[in-house]
Design a protein around this ligand. Structure first.
Ligand SMILES: C[S@@+](CC[C@H](N)C(=O)[O-])C[C@H]1O[C@@H](n2cnc3c(N)ncnc32)[C@H](O)[C@@H]1O
Length: 244
């Protein structure tokens, strides 16, 4: 009898610990930056953003975006947001929800990789074909993000589309294209148009994408800023533009 009671107590303790862990995991509350916890408590985060956060696969990456956006909003930096490499719009959606007052420019083929960009690829990207990331469409992303005059789409190859945004100044740019060629093009285009204090975040700076890493390394050698690496799931590289 005594052993049965001990067994039951141990079982209940483990069940409670598991329930707490599961709640934290599902709600995304475990180990969050204090600023986010406070903002959530104060009700200053859009309920939809909190919902989307729960299903966003990389919480560190989400927090990198959120903290950078908070910094930009706190210093009232002008300029628009941009994402190069939108795919199904998961990140575009959170960026728009984080700063709905700003225009966001979204660049993607919306039909997968361009064949010419794949030619000199290495590592994981050398196995890609134009079919990768083709299971999306401009229409689907428009439905996901909802109608807003603040959201501007540039469907097509970045090198051909970017000229349409050549007069725009940016404060926040996410580059997530998995390939060296469009990453280089994005860095050159956006850095030139980035306001001092503005940020460029390049996703997938890790040895699985060696050509992308080489392209980024080549670019950062030409600029005065020292990039910072963020230990999110696939490593993001962050460049905050100096005040000139
Ligand atoms: C990894 S996915 C982007 C994922 C997205 N940022 C997210 O977090 O959900 C890479 C995307 O880059 C796009 N892409 C790659 N090369 C491109 C190019 N040259 N021009 C426009 N889009 C490109 C692909 O079509 C694909 O949708």
């Amino acid at each position: 009898m005594f052993l049965e009671i001990i067994g039951l107590v141990v079982f209940v303790v483990f069940a409670i610990m598991f329930a707490i862990f599961w709640f934290d995991f599902k709600s995304g509350n475990g180990k969050l930056p204090e600023a986010f916890v406070q903002a959530k408590k104060n009700g200053t985060i859009a309920p939809k953003l909190i919902r989307v956060f729960k299903s966003y696969p990389d919480k560190q990456r989400f927090m990198l975006f959120w903290l950078q956006m908070q910094r930009i909003q706190a210093c009232k930096l002008d300029g628009d947001l941009a994402e190069l490499g939108v795919y199904k719009g998961d990140t575009a959606q959170i960026l728009h929800l984080m700063a709905p007052e700003k225009r966001i420019h979204l660049f993607d083929t919306f039909t997968g990789f361009d064949e010419a960009d794949l030619i000199n690829e290495k590592g994981e990207a050398a196995t890609y074909t134009p079919q990768h990331f083709a299971d999306t469409s401009l229409e689907k992303v428009k439905v996901k993000l909802g109608q807003s005059e603040k959201i501007i789409f540039y469907p097509g190859k970045f090198s051909e589309q970017c000229v349409k945004a050549s007069k725009i100044k940016f404060c926040f740019v996410s580059i997530d294209v998995d390939l060296a060629q469009p990453t280089s093009e994005g860095l050159s285009f956006f850095y030139e148009r980035l306001l001092p204090g503005g940020v460029i975040i390049v996703h997938d700076y890790n040895p699985k994408w060696p050509a992308l890493m080489e392209a980024v390394n080549k670019f950062v050698k030409q600029i005065p800023e020292n990039p910072v690496l963020i230990p999110d799931k696939d490593t993001s590289l962050v460049i905050v533009k100096n005040n000139s």
